[in-house]
Write a protein that binds this ligand. Structure first.
Ligand code: CA
Ligand code: CA
Length: 316
């Protein structure tokens, strides 16, 4: 009996200790949980604030309208169409032509031309969204559709398309907007092409329409800068000997040496390696260029064009 009583007392005491321990543990857990939850809330608030800042900083694009959809037909000028009807191939049957710019400025665009059920895509990044009708050769009974794209900045390209009676075909692509291109009507068109040597400039560039209905480039030994353009008149920052012609090795036959301080005329380039200039006294000669604007001097050293000439055009 005593033994049983003692055991009961012992169990009772053990129970009390266990209960106390449990309460302490529960209280501790509750406090810890409260701290953790509070800390997590602070972190969530901070994270939300950072995300909001990022969201505010990024100009989230919402516009999905394409340039073509923005065009108000009332603003279209002469020879600018969203749709028109004309006999393109001279067979007496009128073609219904329309243009649609697909995609948008965020995901990229493609300009789809359709003529009497035949569609063709003019790739681009910044389409005008309308087309024109041109006649490159007035003797071949055909007219061409011209569609232009402004490119990344103002680097226009124009695609020309013909209709062969069943499908649209690409005739050729050139630089420039069709609205700035000169169509002589004799199969030759003249546009401004951006040069790839020395400085930022363009030259008059011709293309001819062949019997295969394709445009081909008219190659020249010398592409000329417009004498009134920026970069046509330069001042020498250092001496530069000029070759008599482009067949000589560099420095093989010297026409003249442009002197530091001399005001000279930049004439143009072959747009591969050689550029032509003229001294103040009217003597012309050539110098060699590589990597766009690195000048190769007669002793073989390379000099940046900006160290040789003052007044270069470096607009993008
Ligand atoms: Ca027709
Ligand atoms: Ca024609």
């Amino acid at each position: 009996m005593l033994y049983i009583e003692a055991k009961v007392n012992f169990s009772d005491m053990q129970f009390k200790h266990a209960s106390l321990l449990l309460i302490v543990v529960l209280l501790g857990t509750a406090v810890l949980t409260f701290i953790v939850v509070q800390r997590q809330k602070e972190l969530d608030d901070q994270r939300a604030a950072v995300l909001k800042d990022i969201g505010d900083a990024i100009d989230v694009p919402t516009a999905t309208q394409t340039p073509a959809q923005k065009i108000d037909p009332a603003t279209l000028k002469a020879n600018e169409y969203l749709s028109t009807s004309i006999d393109l191939n001279g067979d007496g049957v009128v073609e219904n032509i329309s243009i649609e710019v697909k995609g948008n400025s965020i995901e990229g665009t493609s300009t789809v031309l359709t003529a009497s059920g035949s569609s063709i895509v003019f790739p681009g990044t910044n389409p005008d969204g309308y087309f024109g009708i041109v006649d490159i050769d007035t003797t071949d009974h055909e007219k061409e559709i011209a569609v232009s794209d402004r490119g990344g900045s103002i680097d226009y390209t124009t695609g020309f398309y013909r209709f062969d009676g069943s499908v649209l075909q690409l005739v050729g692509t050139v630089q420039g907007s069709y609205e700035d291109i000169d169509f002589a009507g004799n199969g030759t068109l003249t546009t401004q092409t951006r040069a790839t040597t020395l400085q930022t400039w363009t030259y008059e560039d011709a293309f001819t329409l062949g019997t295969d209905h394709k445009l081909s480039h008219v190659e020249k030994d010398l592409y000329l800068i417009d004498p009134s353009a920026i970069g046509a008149h330069l001042t020498m920052l250092q001496d530069l000997p000029l070759n008599t012609d482009t067949n000589e090795v560099i420095g093989g036959a010297i026409a003249t040496t442009l002197k530091k301080g001399e005001k000279i005329t930049f004439i143009g380039c072959d747009d591969v390696r050689w550029c032509k200039t003229q001294s103040a006294t009217g003597v012309a000669g050539w110098f060699a260029v590589e990597d766009f604007n690195t000048i190769i001097t007669i002793d073989g050293t390379r000099v940046q064009a900006s160290e040789v000439f003052e007044g270069l055009s470096n607009a993008d």
